[in-house]
Design a protein around this ligand. Structure first.
Ligand code: AMP
Length: 274
């Protein structure tokens, strides 16, 4: 496995692989990697000949009062996990924004709801860094996690609009044995908060498993199960437009974002029509 800090080296390697006819897969991450990330690396491998991973805590996607400074980091552990999952190139840039960088990429509509409403500017930071990374790597396929469902939908939209050569695919959300969605931020949780954090998945499971078609009734039930300190949202939406639904009469997605202690957690599940 190669490790690069310099974007030009990454571009050169990826270009040489493409020139040999190899399909280059790409998995962008912010590091502190866990089994959820590993599953995306495996998926990239299954679809591509070469796999590039980026590990970069992107300042542009954090708000002023968010956890940029304390975001967990473990570059050595990350590199071990990447090597164990057959990564060809790990890209760990010091920064991705050269002096004078002044471009922003914004997807409209999809980013004004759910996490976009709660975290102003967050998705602009995500799409700007992903567009820059797509430019550096030039992947055939880029793999994202369903854990961040809205991010996946937003990046897919951006790729359809701006990067027609890049296929964006999603891997399923990976959970701990007790149902908690794996997240780098789980390490902030105290033991007691971790127990309350399980209520996110419990609420979503209740919605998924209910036969009730009315969205207001489903959301009321979901809310009643949450044991959180602050609820950002719980919603049942069309999976691709993210528009709210009144009844679950077609495939839908239930999503929740809430603070447990000081930690903001998100989770989501697919909801079948009933
Ligand atoms: P992050 O390092 O949190 O920016 O995540 C990098 C990628 O890994 C994103 O596409 C996430 O959606 C994905 N990811 C994070 N946690 C999980 C999980 N538990 N299951 C599947 N994918 C995940």
């Amino acid at each position: 496995m190669r490790t690069c800090n310099d974007p030009d080296d990454v571009t050169a390697w990826a270009r040489s692989w493409r020139s040999e006819g190899a399909r280059v897969g790409f998995v962008p991450t912010m590091g502190f990697l866990h089994r959820g990330h590993a599953s995306l690396l495996d998926l990239a491998h299954a679809r591509c000949d070469r796999v590039v991973v980026s590990i970069y805590v992107n300042p542009l996607q954090f708000g002023p009062s968010e956890d940029l400074d304390r975001y967990p980091r473990d570059p050595e552990g990350d590199l071990r996990l990447c090597a164990a999952h057959g990564v060809d190139l790990a890209f760990l840039p010091e920064t991705l924004y050269p002096p004078g960088f002044s471009t922003r990429v914004r997807v409209e509509g999809l980013t004004s709801v759910l996490c976009g409403a709660a975290r102003r500017g967050h998705f602009e930071g995500v799409t700007t860094v992903v567009a820059r990374l797509f430019g550096i790597v030039g992947p055939c396929t880029s793999v994202f996690g369903e854990k961040d469902w809205q991010q996946y939908v937003v990046v897919r939209r951006m790729a359809e609009d701006l990067h027609p050569g890049v296929e964006v695919v999603a891997g399923p959300l990976v959970r701990d044995d007790d149902g908690l969605a794996l997240s780098s931020r789980n390490r902030y949780l105290s033991a007691a908060d971790r127990v309350r954090a399980l209520s996110l998945h419990r609420a979503l499971r209740a919605i998924r498993d209910s036969r009730e078609p009315s969205v207001p009734a489903l959301l009321e039930e979901g809310r009643s199960l949450l044991e959180v300190d602050r609820l950002d949202y719980i919603a049942i939406v069309d999976p691709w437009s993210l528009a709210p639904l009144e009844r679950v009469d077609r495939p839908a997605r239930a999503l929740v974002a809430a603070f447990v202690g000081n930690t903001r957690l998100i989770d989501n599940v697919a909801v079948d029509p009933r």
